[in-house]
Design a protein around this ligand. Structure first.
Ligand SMILES: [Zn+2]
Ligand SMILES: [Zn+2]
Length: 296
């Protein structure tokens, strides 16, 4: 049995290069795979490995005073969910490039536990803002949430100003996969003059593990950035499929990449269309894979 760990912490790391090198050696020794980002503002990672190795990894991070209270979300998985190990130094943990200061250690939206979050959703007096991108939203989201039509997280500041600028005092509830993007997002919103901003503490994956709420009011699956592609969140009877086939608009929860390698578009597809289009996203791409590459 293997575990997958998802975690982040906003804590100052003085020498990220040096930290990343030592950290890479630790992960290699434990034979973990995954993707870890390090910056002067902290750490953000998803790794997989045998349970014992994951336990040792968590212990070793908790022994470091900077990460002593960092929460880990733990999933049981059948094997590695990554092919390789990447430990990278980046300028920002989440690329946001806002024109306002967005230091989550100073001010962020009020944290709601899963039970508080569900209660706020049921009250129905708030704007529910999905803090992710369009293709993540399309396979699953909280019921009633707004789908920001953005392809990358750094488009958020402009999108928020254009679409929510008139709602500075309305309660706004934000959520994302593991919580890290909402830290940035709500820090930005407070800096931009929003007064009533909340975030789902620990993100969607924590909500899906909560035994009290059981993931209620989540529709579809939660997109994840590893080989699993998407995971279950709602464990109640009331679970709806929201994904739609890119070709025929029928219900589906299967994401594939277009088989035309130069396209590679990730799209939702139903079994019939997947066969009919030979795993491609369009007639154009289908035509392309039918001709030999030399003639392209
Ligand atoms: Zn279809
Ligand atoms: Zn294509």
């Amino acid at each position: 049995m293997y575990h997958a760990l998802l975690y982040y912490a906003f804590v100052p790391i003085d020498n990220p290069e040096e930290f990343a090198n030592t950290h890479r050696e630790l992960c290699q020794r434990l034979e973990l795979k995954g993707r870890i980002l390090v910056s002067t503002e902290g750490i953000n990672g998803t790794v997989s490995g045998p349970i014992l190795a994951c336990d040792q990894y968590r212990m070793s991070l908790h022994e470091d005073q900077r990460f002593s209270s960092m929460p880990f979300k733990i999933d049981e998985v059948d094997g590695h969910i990554f092919q390789k190990l990447f430990v990278r130094v980046k300028q920002e943990l989440v690329t946001f490039r806002s024109d306002l200061p967005t230091d989550p250690t100073r001010a962020t939206g009020r944290r709601l536990s899963p039970a508080e979050w569900k209660e706020r959703l049921e009250r129905g007096d708030a704007i529910i803002l999905d803090g992710r991108t369009d293709y993540e939203f399309d396979i699953g989201h909280f019921r009633g949430a707004i789908r920001p039509d953005i392809e990358s997280f750094r488009e958020f500041p402009q999108w928020i100003r254009e679409h929510l600028g008139k709602n500075k005092d309305t309660p706004i509830l934000t959520y994302c996969t593991g919580g890290i993007r909402c830290e940035k997002l709500t820090a930005f919103m407070l800096a931009d003059g929003f007064s009533n901003v909340y975030q789902l503490d620990g993100g969607i994956v924590t909500y899906g593990k909560d035994t009290e709420t059981q993931g209620a009011l989540w529709d579809g699956l939660c997109y994840v950035f590893d080989e699993r592609i998407a995971v279950e969140i709602n464990h109640t009877e009331d679970r709806r499929v929201v994904g739609r086939c890119f070709h025929c608009d029928s219900s589906t929860e299967r994401y594939i990449n277009c088989a035309h390698l130069l396209c590679n578009r990730q799209h939702l597809v139903c079994p019939e269309c997947e066969a009919q289009f030979s795993h491609t996203c369009s007639v154009a791409c289908l035509d392309r894979i039918l001709v030999p590459y030399e003639s392209l």
